[in-house]
Design a protein around this ligand. Structure first.
Ligand code: GUN
Length: 291
């Protein structure tokens, strides 16, 4: 293996330790524990695992988490009613609605209903707008987790060509916005590739930094990677009984300069950033009510 391994598990553990300290000081100062409400609708096993991991991480860092588990037949109106209650509850600082929601639910309507001050996923249009303008209230969890990995691995991004594979609202679009902004692990020249992109392999081959978030197992092959490039793999795909990323890790690690593994790369960082956002949400809300 020639590439440096970027160990997301280790970086996330460091960040979680820092957050635990900040949560303790927040409690000492305000008497309040930052509190995340996680909403899980239906019985998708993968979503249940993700939510459980998020709750465990909260508890380990001293944050409170409450799971609201709703049946697979829940209606949009019923979910909106729960969101309204959580919005109004001064003891709840962050609200996370695990996606995907069952098909009968109007997901956009539900996400729009989360009050922006508690929107720890940074999905609300107000928070996305603030982030795009470079004055973020919250940073989107997975993209900011990727950015933290670039910082930690001391990857030069200024003036470099970053290629983001995927244009999802959760990862691709916000990732591109963070990379193009002024600042640390940013100032990049950014290209977004997606399912309609022509000559995709040639474009990816020009990248100094590849962020793969396309949701296709082992899509990025060694022949698409410039020698020495940094490869951040956001994908989590189940193939048989194995989890693989969007990058053909075994082949690409021989070409890349640095690479994240799956699992143990971006996944733990998403959770660490969620904790960060929940603490921030509590700081914003409790701070505002005390002034
Ligand atoms: N489903 C997959 N990733 C995410 C995420 O980051 N947040 C939420 N709420 N749901 C998801």
């Amino acid at each position: 293996m020639s590439a440096r391994l970027i160990d997301g598990k280790a970086v996330a553990a460091e960040i979680r330790t820092r957050i635990a300290g900040e949560v303790a000081s927040f409690l000492a100062r305000t008497g309040k524990v930052p509190h995340l409400a996680a909403v899980l609708v239906g019985d998708d096993p993968a979503s249940a695992v993700y939510v459980r991991n998020k709750q465990t991480a909260c508890e380990k860092a001293g944050l409170k988490s409450t799971l609201h588990r709703l049946s697979v037949t829940t209606t949009t109106e019923q979910l909106l009613e729960l969101i309204a209650q959580l919005n109004a509850d001064p003891d709840t600082h962050g609200i996370l609605v695990q996606l995907p929601l069952p098909a009968q639910i109007d997901s956009q309507h539900v996400l729009d209903a989360v009050t922006p001050l508690k929107d720890v996923d940074c999905f609300h249009a107000e928070n996305v707008g603030l982030m795009v303008q470079g004055r973020p209230r919250f940073l989107p969890c997975t993209p900011s987790g990727c950015q933290q990995l670039l910082i930690h691995a001391a990857v030069e991004t200024a003036g470099k060509h970053a290629v983001v594979l995927g244009r999802s609202e959760i990862v691709g679009k916000p990732m591109a916005m963070l990379l193009v902004q002024k600042g640390q692990a940013a100032d990049a020249t950014v290209t977004i590739c997606h399912s309609r992109t022509q000559n995709l392999a040639e474009i990816v081959k020009q990248a100094d930094i590849i962020i793969a978030a396309i949701g296709k197992p082992q899509f990025v092959t060694a022949n698409m990677v410039k020698p020495g490039a940094t490869v951040i793999d956001v994908g989590i795909n189940r193939v048989g009984d194995k989890l693989v990323g969007d990058v053909d890790f075994d082949a690409v690690k021989e070409i890349a300069g640095a690479i994240t593994p799956v699992p143990g790369g971006v996944g733990p960082m998403t959770i660490a950033m969620l904790l960060q956002n929940t603490l921030r949400a509590a700081q914003i809300q409790v701070g505002a009510s005390q002034t």
